[in-house]
Design a protein around this ligand. Structure first.
Ligand SMILES: *Cc1c(COP(=O)(O)O)cnc(C)c1O
Length: 235
């Protein structure tokens, strides 16, 4: 067995353990694993696919398109998890199933307009910047309800949930509070009539904590594929 398969099995074990520890209510809301393949070649994605991993996350538009071309024979579920500039939305809006980091009405409107209406609606999450980091995209808490209310009216999109990335300057305990806060915001939105079912939170180093706080979708890269060889700047 190759190391990617081995890592996937280990991660699934940990996800199951964390889900059990989080209590019986978690059974209703299983955790989806999105394998984050940024910087890794199509070959690595193929290896993971052959071990049963079918959802993959990419951060950069050109990198995603190139890999899709190489892997066109595989029915992969593609997640765009990086910051998406509005002027690039057209390039990917009809080739991915999920966009995790929607952070403006302008972007949502473009996605809605550009999404081919014969495809199933595009699943989207709103990214929140709960740690107020300048370097990070995402909206502030106070902007959430107005944005959700506006996006709800748009065709061809399916509003699924919320996404966040805690700061690596935070302690584990502070990161846990950040995850908890995202969960509270989702419940608050649902009390206001939204029907969000997705909390996209948790990465290689913190996914177990995120699951304890209600994550339904973890985005994991290095724990599956290994340490990234280089860190690219966003496009
Ligand atoms: C890179 C990335 C991940 C995966 O990070 P790892 O620490 O390698 O698991 C998850 N989410 C986003 C938005 C990313 O950019």
């Amino acid at each position: 067995m190759n190391s990617i398969c081995h890592n996937l099995i280990e991660i699934h074990k940990k996800i199951d353990q964390a889900t059990l520890q989080a209590g019986p209510h978690r059974a209703k809301n299983p955790v989806t694993l999105v394998a984050v393949s940024k910087t890794w070649p199509a070959q690595s994605i193929k290896a993971a696919y052959q071990c049963g991993q079918h959802a993959f996350g990419e951060n950069y538009v050109q990198e995603l398109l190139k890999k899709q071309e190489e892997l066109s024979s595989l029915p992969i579920e593609w997640h765009f998890i990086g910051h998406l500039q509005s002027n690039k939305s057209r390039l990917i809006v009809n080739v991915v199933q999920w966009i995790h980091a929607v952070d403006s009405l302008k972007l949502a409107k473009r996605l809605s307009l550009q999404r081919d209406s014969t495809l199933s609606p595009l699943n989207i999450c709103i990214q929140l910047n709960l740690t107020h980091e300048r370097s990070k995209s995402g909206i502030e808490e106070g902007q959430l309800l107005p944005l959700l209310n506006a996006i709800r009216m748009l065709p061809n999109l399916r509003l699924r949930g919320l996404m966040t990335i805690p700061s690596h300057h935070q302690t584990v305990n502070e990161q846990q509070q950040t995850f908890k806060r995202l969960h509270q915001l989702l419940e608050k939105a649902n009390q206001e009539g939204h029907q969000l079912d997705t909390l996209s939170m948790g990465m290689s180093l913190d996914f177990e904590t995120a699951i304890q706080e209600g994550s339904t979708m973890v985005r994991i890269g290095s724990a599956i594929f290994g340490q990234r060889q280089y860190n690219r700047k966003p496009e």
